[in-house]
Ligand binder design. Sequence first.
Ligand SMILES: [Fe+2]
Ligand SMILES: [Fe+2]
Ligand SMILES: [Fe+2]
Length: 460
Amino acid sequence: MMLRTTPLTSETVDTPRDEDIQALLQFSGGPAFAQPRSFYTSHPYQRPLRPQDVTPALLDVPMTSDKLDTPEHLLAQRLLLNIYEQDLVFLPKPPNRLDMKAFKGFYDPATMALGKQVRPLLEEHTYGWLKDDVHINGSWCEESFIAHTDKVLEDIGHSPSRLHEVLTGSRDPQRAARFFLIQCAGDFLSEASAMARNVLGNAGAHTSELFKILIDEYGYGIDKKKHSSLFEALLDQAGLNSQVHHYWQFYTASSLSLTNYFHYVSANHGEFFRYIGAMYYTEASLALTTGHQSRALRDIFGDTVSTEYFDEHQHIDVHHGRMALERLIIPMIRQYGKQVIPDLIRGFEEFRLLQDQADEELYAHIKWHDELDACRARAAMLHGSKPADARFTEPQGEVSVLHSHANNELFWVESGELEFVATPQLSLKLCAGEGVIIPKGMLHGTQITSASCTYTVTAI
Ligand SMILES: [Fe+2]
Ligand SMILES: [Fe+2]
Ligand SMILES: [Fe+2]
């Protein structure tokens, strides 16, 4: 459906739906989410959204698992992370200075209230499909929960690492590894923030047990030991920028989805047991996969990059996984009965599925980056085979915020020139008479580098 173009009257705004649509449009029209001048951000309060893409369908048409590579999913995930992260404190780190106006603007209470208004609708839109795709039928008890989750984790422990294979097998392993680190950065630079939402209040001994995991994540108050600090050091050594969300535009939808899922089940405390189940999956599986991640970085960067971040997790997450099961899950089942198990198992299975999807999307992007030259050659072959769907003329410096398309597209420059970016380490200069094929779901952006540039797009 299309957004109403007639003036709003009391009749049209009085239904909750219209109010929600207006709230969504107003929220996404905020200065923090506006059109940028670069692909990169210089402070944590700048999170370009492409507000022109925000339509009522975002609140209207639920996501399904076969639509996760659509631009709508990416937009919904960007919106949700902004809404959730207005609850967290972010300050820029040197050499970047604090822009007081942008800081106050990002945390503007009226804008935050609009975000909170639409959050449940966006959550339902973005994660409602999990109910259909994750089946947890059957009667669960403590023993069957343990047997099932042990088996899943055992299988992960025994399988070879696809990540290692994909990164080291790339045509440019360092570029692939950096793209992987960028996908991690959205979450790891404020690691365990969602967990912190769960340690307020009084859940008896469970609060204290969870708090023990949280303070490990935060380095017991030692800044250098904080997991996000370890990750900053790793980014710096890998030649990447470690400011929070410097690479905001480069996150895939499913990477954002991992961070957002934890906020979703943590900001809604009725989903607390789902949170605990998901947390158990991530802590216990990280103990098994971080060893491969560490090895991949060592194989790719040699000793120029410290793998301490992943090595620390390989060690500490063995404990965190055990603590989640033995100090939280089992005592909770014994105290509150079987009624909590469906949510525990649901969280465990849902996060497992989301993690697998994020891995697949990462691998698909690395494959596309490796094939970009071939996509350029294919564009030259296909150009002219059918009329263009749309033509755009933009002035010098204009940035098209990274986005993706629901179809394979032929992108073609007719006059002028531009920079076409796929990842910070891979961009093409495209001049008049040159183009590239953009497979569906692949992130890309452009910036005009001549006085003016005209380009066309054609679905193929
Ligand atoms: Fe951690
Ligand atoms: Fe951990
Ligand atoms: Fe595009």
